[in-house]
Design a protein around this ligand. Structure first.
Ligand code: ME8
Length: 718
C-alpha cells in the first residue's frame, strides 16, 4: 500500500477580544490580517481553520457590566454580537467563533484545570500582590503604584489562590525557544520574551475568589479560573480538546498544534510564556508559532478603548468600503511595527493606489476590450519585446509576492504587486492602443490592439489573483468582468497553486465593466470624521444610561468605560482657555453639561431660553464620593494636577485643572465628588478617568464640592 502524503493544514487564530467595549480598528486590524492569510492558504489548497471569538469572563467585564447596569451575561452577549456582526459585515472568512461563556469552552477549561492539578502543576497557596484589573494581570510593583504596562493604578489583592508552577518551566521554555527559532516573532517580541523568561519566572496565581464572573474551579467552586488561563485555552477548546464529541475530537487531532496565533504585541508574554507552559504541563504540544502585530496609533497613542482615541471600521467601510481598509492597513503598516492611522493618509492611498491605480487600469482595459473587440479577448498574435518585458515583470512579481506575503511582509508584497500595476499602465500608455497614427495600416493597428489588450488583460488577471486575499470583494468583481466566473470558486479549486502567466484564453467573453473604486471626493475625510463624531456623541449620550431595561444591543452604554473620543471631540472647545490644559476635568460651570463635551458650535442658538432636563437625563450622570490618595503637579502643565482617587470599589487617576488654586499636599485625604462615568480622556499623555466637581467663582477659581457629614467612598449622589 502506498503512503498518501499528509495533506497540508493550517490553523490560525486571532486573539479573542474582551467584551468590555465595542470593536475598533485595532481589533479589525488583527482580524483582517488573519483573514487575508486564511484566504491565501485556502487558495493554495491548504486545509485551513481560522478561529476568532470573544473573551468574556473576568473582573474587568464584570465591572463594565455593572457600570452599564446590566448582568455580565447580557452585557457580554451584546458586545460579542457586535464583534461577530461586524466581522460578518466585513465578509471575514472565519471558520469558528468561540465565546468563552459557551458550555463547550467552560467544560473543557475545567478539564484543563483538573489535568494541570492532577499532573502536579497546580497547588494552593496564598498571595498578596498588586493586580491590574485593566490588563487582568498581576504586576510586580509597590502598593498603589501604577501598572508598568498600561499606567493605570493597581489594586492590592490578597487571596488564597491556586498557583501554577510556572517557575518549573523556565529552562524548558528557553530550550523550546532555542529549538524552535520560528516560534515567535517579530525579532523584538522574541528578544523581549526571552529576556522576561531569563529574568526568572515566578509561579502564577491561576484562580480568583474576589469576584464570581468566571469559570468555577472544579471541586472548589468559590474560586474562578484566572481569566488568562480561561482565555488562552480557547485555542484548543474551540477545536474540540476536552470534548466528548468524536467529531470535535477529530478536529482537534487534525488541526492542533496551531500553525499561528496572531496577536497584538502587548499580549506576547501570555502567548509565548504562559501558554506553552500550560500546554507542556498538560502534555499537549505547544503551538508552532506566535506572531505579534504592532499597534495602530491614532492621535499619537495606541488606539484603544480605554484611551478613547478609537476609530471604528464601520466608518471607513461606509465611506470607502471594506477593501479600502484592508488595503490601507496591510500596505501602510509594515507588519510587526506600529503604524499611524489617519483619514488623510487613508484617502490618499485609496485614491492613489486603488482608484487611480488598479481600478483605473482595470476599467481602461475592460472598456477597450468591449469597444474594439466586442468584449471578447482577442488572439495576441506575434509578440514584441514590449510584451516579453511585461511578462518578465509579471513573472518577477509572481516570484516575489508569495514569499513576502507568507513571511507576513504584506506591505512589501503589495509594493511589488503595485509595481506591476504601474508597469502595466506604462505598457498601455507606451503602446496607446486607442490611438492610430496615420502611417499605421488598419490591419496593423488591429493587430497591435489585440496584442496589447490581451497582454494587459492577462497582467490584470495575474494581479487580481494575487491580490484576492487582500481585496476579496474587488477581486471578485474584476474576475467576473474578465469573464472568469466566481473567484471564490477558483480559490476553492486552489487557483494560486498553479498561477502562471498565460491563463487568459482568447475567446473569453468579458462582462460589462462595473465601477470598482470610485474616486474619493474632497469631503471623504470630513465625512469619516463626522461619522466618528456623531457616533462619539451618541456613545456619550448612552454612557451610564443603559439600565437593564433600556438600550438595544447597539446601545449598551458600554462607552461608560470606553467612550471613543474622536480627533474632533478631543479638541478643546473654543471657550476653554490655554490649549494645553483646555480639557481639564474641572468644569467651569459644574454639572451644567458634565457628560457632553460636544463642540461649542452645536450649542443651542437661543441660550437664554430655559432648558429643562428630565430626571432620566440627570440619572445618566454618575456622581460619586471619592477620596484623594495622591495629588501631584503634572510637569510642564502649570494648571494641571494628577490625582489618584479611591472610590471604595476601585482606584483611578483623574486630571484636574486646579493646580493654581490648590496645593497638592493639602488635598490628600480629602473627600470629593466626581463624575464617575465620564469617557476617559488623555491630557499631557496621562489618562483622566472622570471629572471632579467644583463651584466656579468669578474669575474661574474653583471651590471643590465636599461633605460635612461622614460619607462612605463610592456613595452615589442622587
Ligand atoms: O487582550 N493596534 O483582548 P483585547 C493593533 N482578551 N492591534 C490592536 C489594537 C491596536 N491599537 N488594539 C487592539 C485581549 N488590537 C485579550 C486577549 S487572547 C487569548 C485574549 C488587537 O480586546 C490586538 O490583536 O484587549 C490585541 O492583542 C487585541 O486586539 C487585544 O484585544
Amino acid at each position: 500500500m502506498t503512503q498518501q502524503p499528509t495533506p497540508e493544514r493550517f490553523y490560525l487564530t486571532t486573539p479573542i477580544y474582551y467584551v468590555n467595549a465595542r470593536p475598533h480598528l485595532g481589533h479589525a486590524y488583527s482580524t483582517i490580517v488573519c483573514d487575508a492569510i486564511a484566504r491565501r492558504k485556502r487558495a493554495l489548497g491548504i486545509e485551513t481553520w481560522f478561529l476568532t471569538g470573544t473573551d468574556e469572563h473576568g473582573q474587568k467585564i464584570e465591572r463594565s457590566a455593572a457600570l452599564a447596569g446590566r448582568t455580565p451575561e447580557e452585557f457580554a452577549s451584546a458586545i460579542s454580537g457586535e464583534f461577530r456582526g461586524l466581522w460578518d459585515r466585513m465578509g471575514l472568512s472565519y471558520d469558528d467563533y468561540i465565546r468563552t461563556t459557551e458550555p463547550r469552552h467552560k467544560t473543557a477549561v475545567q478539564k484543563l484545570f483538573a489535568t494541570l492539578r492532577d499532573r502536579g502543576f497546580i497547588y494552593k497557596g496564598s498571595y498578596t500582590g498588586q493586580y491590574c484589573v485593566s490588563d487582568e494581570a498581576w504586576v510586580d510593583v509597590a502598593p498603589g503604584a501604577p501598572c508598568p504596562d498600561c499606567g493605570r493604578i493597581t489594586e492590592t489583592v490578597s487571596e488564597e489562590n491556586y498557583f501554577f508552577k510556572l517557575s518549573a518551566f523556565e529552562r524548558r521554555l528557553l530550550e523550546f525557544y532555542e529549538a524552535n527559532p520560528e516560534f515567535m516573532g517579530p525579532e523584538s517580541t522574541r528578544r523581549e520574551v526571552i529576556s522576561f523568561v531569563r529574568a526568572g519566572l515566578k509561579d502564577l496565581s491561576v484562580s480568583r475568589t474576589s469576584f464570581t464572573w468566571g469559570i468555577p474551579v472544579p471541586g472548589d467552586e468559590k474560586h474562578v479560573v484566572y481569566v488568562w488561563l480561561d482565555a488562552l485555552a480557547n485555542y484548543i477548546t474551540a477545536l474540540g480538546w476536552g470534548s466528548d464529541d468524536p467529531a470535535a475530537q477529530e478536529r482537534f487531532r487534525k488541526f492542533w498544534p496551531a500553525n499561528m496565533h496572531l496577536i497584538g504585541k502587548e499580549i506576547s508574554r501570555f502567548h509565548c510564556v504562559y501558554w506553552p507552559a500550560f500546554l507542556m504541563a498538560a502534555g499537549i504540544e505547544p503551538p508552532r508559532s506566535v506572531r505579534a502585530n504592532g499597534w495602530l496609533l491614532f492621535d499619537q497613542g495606541k488606539m484603544s478603548k480605554s484611551k478613547g482615541n478609537i476609530v471604528r471600521a464601520e466608518t471607513v467601510m461606509e465611506v470607502l468600503g471594506a477593501d479600502a481598509l484592508r488595503y490601507f492597513l496591510l500596505r501602510e503598516i509594515p507588519f510587526g511595527q506600529d503604524g499611524n492611522f489617519s483619514f488623510d493618509a487613508l484617502v490618499q492611498r485609496y485614491n492613489g493606489d486603488l482608484a487611480n491605480g488598479y481600478g483605473n487600469l482595470v476599467s481602461r482595459v475592460v472598456n477597450m476590450v468591449h469597444k474594439y473587440f466586442g468584449g471578447v479577448v482577442p488572439e495576441t498574435g506575434a509578440l514584441t519585446a514590449s510584451e516579453e518585458d511585461l511578462r518578465a515583470k509579471a513573472e518577477a512579481t509572481l516570484a516575489a509576492f508569495g514569499p513576502a506575503f507568507d513571511a507576513l511582509d504584506f506591505s512589501e508584497a503589495l509594493k511589488s504587486l503595485w509595481l506591476l500595476v504601474g508597469e502595466t499602465d506604462g505598457y498601455l500608455t507606451a503602446n496607446a492602443p486607442w490611438k492610430k497614427p496615420a502611417e499605421r495600416s488598419d490591419a496593423e493597428h488591429a493587430a497591435l490592439q489585440a496584442r496589447v489588450l490581451a497582454t494587459a488583460a492577462e497582467a490584470i488577471r495575474v494581479i487580481t489573483a494575487l491580490v484576492y486575499p487582500i481585496l476579496p470583494e474587488s477581486a471578485a468583481k474584476v474576475w467576473r468582468q474578465l469573464g472568469l466566473g466566481e473567484i471564490a470558486d477558483a480559490a476553492q479549486q486552489a487557483f494560486l497553486t498553479n498561477l502562471a502567466w498565460g491563463g487568459l484564453k482568447a475567446g473569453t467573453q468579458f462582462l460589462e465593466p462595473a465601477p470598482l473604486f470610485p474616486r474619493a471626493e474632497k469631503d471623504a475625510t470630513e465625512r469619516m470624521q463626522n461619522l466618528e463624531e456623531a457616533n462619539n456623541k451618541s456613545a456619550i449620550e448612552a454612557a451610564g444610561g443603559g439600565g437593564a431595561d433600556r438600550g438595544s444591543a447597539a446601545n449598551t452604554g458600554t462607552e461608560a468605560v470606553a467612550a471613543p473620543i474622536t480627533e474632533q471631540a478631543a479638541r478643546p472647545a473654543p471657550a476653554a482657555a490655554p490649549a494645553a490644559e483646555a480639557s481639564v476635568s474641572v468644569a467651569p460651570a459644574p454639572v451644567a453639561s458634565p457628560a457632553a463635551p460636544a463642540p461649542a458650535a452645536e450649542a443651542p442658538a437661543a441660550a437664554e431660553e430655559k432648558q429643562f432636563i428630565s430626571i432620566d437625563d440627570f440619572a445618566k450622570v454618575e456622581l460619586r464620593v471619592a477620596q484623594i490618595l495622591v495629588a501631584e503637579r503634572v510637569p510642564k502643565a502649570d494648571k494641571l494636577l494628577r490625582l489618584e482617587v479611591d472610590l471604595g470599589y476601585e482606584k483611578r487617576q483623574i486630571l484636574a485643572g486646579i493646580a493654581q488654586y490648590y496645593e497638592p499636599e493639602k488635598l490628600i485625604g480629602r473627600k470629593i465628588v466626581i463624575v464617575a462615568n465620564l469617557a476617559p480622556r488623555k491630557m499631557r499623555g496621562l489618562e483622566s478617568n472622570g471629572m471632579l466637581l467644583a463651584a466656579s467663582l468669578e474669575g474661574g477659581a474653583p471651590v471643590l464640592a465636599g461633605f460635612l457629614e461622614e460619607v462612605p467612598l463610592g456613595a452615589r449622589l442622587k
